[in-house]
Design a protein around this ligand. Structure first.
Ligand code: CP
Length: 303
């Protein structure tokens, strides 16, 4: 199945360069419309349902902003205050939301594969807004778009993905997206948090964060996902920061034009020193702002 059909966005795996660049073109158009205060209302009369079974700030609000800017009606659902607390299943929930008129379901769920499962149970479109440790395609697309708008192309550029790769759906989705666009991807992190097999996906695993930073045109620092760790996979946050965090000292050694990225939320003082999170190389809020236009392009392609 094509993970990016006009109907669904489930993963960046399998998306072609043409798919991604087409989407970037539409995102650029939407960004211009947003700046001018004249967004294209191409989803007027459609209904977008945001179904979040896991907490979110950026992704949920970004999809809501994107859907409203396109003229869609938006239904927001929070699992904690829904009938899920009375035992209603995921499949019954999405079928009921579709019966309420949803044309697009934006789903975040803690189980890997949830979006794929749901896409087989409803007729409306499904957008994966993060499923377990599997995929977060809209985040990867907005990350790649941010670099593409800055550089014009990702060909010949090196992107370092650093930290808790094992639990990171952002890392996995970025790996597919960045390599498809021609970037070289290097990965570094604690040995307990770097899964085997990344080379098979096109990444080069480096033995230390310093080796990865030295080569990077962009650094993606990953959040340490304590909520997904069944046991402690590193001694203490302070020790993690010393060994694997982007400290001010390490940031000073980056290439002069290198940019620092983070999908958010940032664990300040763990993977990213506060001075670096707020420093001149960071494009973290640019990523967030770009997310609206990219998600407008995604919703439009599904709607
Ligand atoms: N980057 C990201 O997915 O952030 P949220 O969890 O706040 O949506």
């Amino acid at each position: 199945m094509n993970p990016f059909s006009p109907r669904n966005l489930l993963s960046t795996e399998g998306m072609s360069r043409h798919d991604i660049e087409l989407l970037f073109g539409r995102a650029r158009l939407h960004a211009r419309g947003l700046r001018a205060g004249t967004p294209l209302r191409s989803l007027a009369g459609r209904v977008v349902a945001n179904l979040f079974f896991e907490n979110s700030t950026r992704t949920r609000l970004s999809f809501e902003r994107a859907a409203k800017a396109l003229g869609a009606d938006v239904l927001n659902f929070n699992a904690a205050t829904s009938s899920v607390s009375k035992g209603e299943s995921l499949v019954d929930t999405v079928r009921n939301v579709e019966a309420l008129g949803a044309n697009i379901i934006v789903l975040r769920h803690p189980a890997s594969g949830a979006a794929h499962l749901v896409s087989g149970k409803v007729r409306c479109s499904v957008v994966n807004a993060g499923d377990g440790t599997h995929a977060h395609p809209s985040q990867a697309l907005l990350d790649a778009y941010t670099l593409h708008e800055r550089w014009g192309t990702l060909e010949g550029k090196t992107v370092a993905i650093v930290g808790d790769v094992l639990h990171s759906r952002v890392a996995r989705s970025n790996l597919y997206c960045l390599t498809t666009l021609g970037a070289r991807v290097v990965v570094a992190g604690p040995p307990t948090l770097v899964p085997v097999g990344l080379e098979g996906l096109g990444a080069k695993v480096l033995p230390s964060i310093d080796a990865a930073l030295e080569e990077a045109d962009a650094v993606m620092m990953l959040r340490v996902q304590l909520e997904r760790q069944k046991e402690s996979m590193f001694p203490t946050p302070a020790e993690y920061a010393r060994a694997f965090g982007l400290t001010l000292g390490r940031a000073r050694g980056l290439k002069p034009d290198a940019v620092v990225m983070h999908p958010g939320p940032v664990n300040r003082g763990v993977e990213l020193a506060p001075e670096v999170a707020d420093g001149p190389a960071n494009v973290i809020l640019e990523q967030v702002a770009n997310g609206v236009a990219v998600r407008m392009a995604i919703l439009e392609s599904c709607g």
